[in-house]
Design a protein. Structure first.
Ligand code: BES
Ligand code: MN
Length: 456
C-alpha cells in the first residue's frame, strides 16, 4: 500500500535547494527519491540532464486512444534561511497540529504528492486504467525554470501528444474551499547597479560635490511609482486586459476582510491603486517591486562616506498580454533615462516568464474551440472539489507565477488545470513552512476522482 504521508516525509528530507550550489547533494537525493517512487509505481523513468538541474520524467504509456495527462510539479525548494526562526529542522519533517512542517512541504512536494499518490492508488485499484500519464517534475522552478523551456522545445512532438496539464502549485483560501486557478501573473526580474565615484570617499572631503549613488538610486526608485502606486514607466500597462464580469463576481464570493488582511501581514494600512481592492490588486494588476536595496556602509555604528556604489533588485509581475521582455526593456530604459549625470547605471536582466490565462468552459468568454477533454477536466474538478469540501470551488486568477505554464501553452499548445492545495497559513518561502495533512488527503481524493472521470 502506498503511504503518501510517509513518502512525502521521505521527499522532504532531501534538501533540494536549487538556487544554492551547496545543495547539490539534496537535489540529487530528491531526483533519486522520485526515480525510485515512480519505478515502484511501475512507470518508466528518465532523468533528463540539463545545463543545471535534471528533469524527472516518468511515464505510464498505453493505447494511443487513451487520454494523456501531463502532471507538472517541481522538486526544488526555496532556501530555508533564516534557519534560526524555524521551530524544527527545515529538512527533518515533523507532524504538529495536523500539519507536516518542513521546507517544501507546501511548495511543492506536498501538493505534487497528491497527484502522485492518486495515480499510485488508481493503478493499484485498476492496473488496466485506460489513461496515459506523464509526470514532468523539474528542479528549477524556484529560479525561473531556465532549462525547462528548451527541454519542451526539444521534446515538443512527444510532449504535445498530451491532452492537458494537471498540477497543484497554487493557493486556496481555506480548508473549506479550494480554488481552481485560471490565471498566473508573469514575471521579469532585473539587477540595477549605480556607480558614482570610483571608490568610497571621505564625506567631509567630497560630500556635497559629487552625486551620491545611494541618493541617486533612491531618487530613481522613488520616481518609478506615483502617489497612487501606479507605475510611471511609459508603456508599462500596455497589454493589461480587462477583467471579465464573472471573474469579479467570483472574487466577491471569496469575500475579503481588509482589516484581517492588514493584521495577517502586519501593516497599518494598505497601498492599492485607487479603484482596486487588495485582492484585485494582487490578482489583476501588474506590479513593479523592489526586492532588496543596498549600498554603502551597513555595519555597526557610523561611517562618514560617499559610497561608490548602490544596487537594487527589481521584479515586475505581469498580467494579460504584457510581454515580459518588452516590459523589462521599458523599465530598463526608464531607469537609464532617469539616472543623473555623474552616475553610471547598469541594468542586468534576469529570468522572465509570460502571464497565463485559461478560461474554463461555460463562461461568457470561453474559447469556442477548447478541447473536449479540457472541458471535461474542469467539470470533473469542480465536481470532485464539491464532493470533498464544504464549499464549491472558486475559479480565480492567482497573483503568483509559474512561468513554465505559459511556455507549455505556447510550445505544446496545452492548457493547465491548476488546483490550489496550499493555504495562506502554510508559510511558503518563509520559516516554518507546512502542509495541512487533511487538505493533502482530500487533494488525493480530488485528483483520483478527476483522473477517473478522464479515463471514462
Ligand atoms: N508555487 C509558487 C507560485 C505561487 C505562489 C502560486 C503563490 C500561487 C501563489 C512557485 O513555486 C513560486 O514561488 N514561483 C515564483 C516564480 C519565480 C521564481 C519565477 C514566484 O511566484 O515568485
Ligand atoms: Mn511552487
Amino acid at each position: 500500500m502506498f503511504d503518501p504521508i510517509e513518502k512525502l516525509k521521505e521527499h522532504l528530507r532531501c534538501a533540494s535547494v536549487s538556487t544554492d550550489s551547496h545543495f547539490k547533494e539534496g537535489m540529487a537525493a530528491s531526483q533519486k527519491f522520485l526515480t525510485g517512487l515512480f519505478s515502484e509505481m511501475g512507470l518508466s523513468v528518465e532523468v533528463v540532464d540539463t545545463d543545471l538541474h535534471p528533469i524527472v520524467l516518468a511515464k505510464r504509456e498505453g493505447d494511443p486512444q487513451w487520454p494523456h495527462i501531463l502532471v507538472y510539479g517541481h522538486y526544488d525548494v526555496q532556501p530555508a534561511d533564516p534557519v534560526d526562526l524555524w521551530k524544527s529542522e527545515p529538512f527533518e519533517p515533523v507532524e504538529r497540529d495536523g500539519r507536516i512542517y518542513a521546507r517544501g512541504a507546501a511548495d511543492n512536494k506536498g501538493p505534487q504528492m497528491a497527484h502522485i499518490a492518486a495515480v499510485a492508488e488508481l493503478l493499484e485499484e485498476n492496473p488496466d486504467l485506460p489513461l496515459r500519464i506523464t509526470f514532468m517534475i523539474e528542479g528549477e522552478e524556484e529560479i525561473g525554470s531556465p532549462s525547462l523551456s528548451p527541454f519542451l522545445e526539444s521534446r515538443k512532438e512527444e510532449l504535445s501528444e498530451a491532452d492537458l496539464v494537471l498540477l497543484s502549485d497554487t493557493l486556496s483560501p481555506s480548508v473549506d474551499q479550494l480554488v481552481v486557478t485560471v490565471g498566473l501573473r508573469g514575471i521579469v526580474v532585473m539587477d540595477v547597479e549605480f556607480t558614482g565615484p570610483n571608490s568610497d570617499l571621505h564625506s567631509g572631503l567630497h560630500g556635497g560635490a559629487v552625486y551620491n549613488p545611494v541618493q541617486a538610486l533612491c531618487e530613481v526608485c522613488a520616481s518609478l511609482h506615483d502617489s497612487d502606486n501606479r507605475v510611471t514607466v511609459p508603456g508599462f500597462y500596455d497589454g493589461v486586459t480587462e477583467v471579465e464580469e464573472w471573474e469579479r463576481e467570483e472574487l466577491v464570493k471569496l469575500g475579503s476582510d481588509e482589516d484581517a488582511y492588514k493584521q495577517f501581514v502586519g501593516v497599518g494600512a494598505l497601498h492599492s491603486m485607487s479603484g482596486y481592492t487588495a485582492q484585485e490588486s494582487v490578482r489583476y494588476l501588474p506590479t513593479l517591486e523592489f526586492n532588496g536595496i543596498g549600498g554603502g556602509y551597513q555595519g555597526e555604528g557610523s561611517k562618514t562616506i560617499v559610497p561608490s556604489k548602490a544596487m537594487t533588485k527589481i521584479s515586475c509581475r505581469l498580467v494579460g498580454n504584457q510581454d515580459p521582455i518588452k516590459v523589462g526593456e521599458l523599465v530598463k530604459q526608464a531607469i537609464l533615462e532617469r539616472t543623473p549625470e555623474g552616475i553610471v547605471a547598469k541594468v542586468k536582466m534576469g529570468h522572465q516568464g509570460a502571464p497565463y490565462l485559461v478560461v474554463p468552459p461555460g463562461k461568457p468568454n470561453s474559447p469556442e474551440n477548447s478541447p473536449a477533454l479540457l472541458s471535461k477536466a474542469f467539470e470533473a474538478t469542480s465536481r470532485a472539489i464539491s464532493e470533498e469540501f464544504p464549499k464549491p470551488a472558486l475559479f480565480l486568477r492567482e497573483g503568483g507565477s509559474i512561468p513554465i505554464i505559459a511556455d507549455i501553452k505556447k510550445t505544446l499548445g496545452l492548457d493547465s488545470v491548476m488546483i490550489g492545495l496550499f493555504l495562506p497559513e502554510d508559510n511558503l518561502h518563509a520559516p516554518n513552512e507546512s502542509m495541512n495533512i487533511d487538505v493533502l488527503k482530500k487533494g488525493i481524493r480530488v485528483s483520483k476522482s478527476i483522473l477517473k472521470s478522464l479515463a471514462e
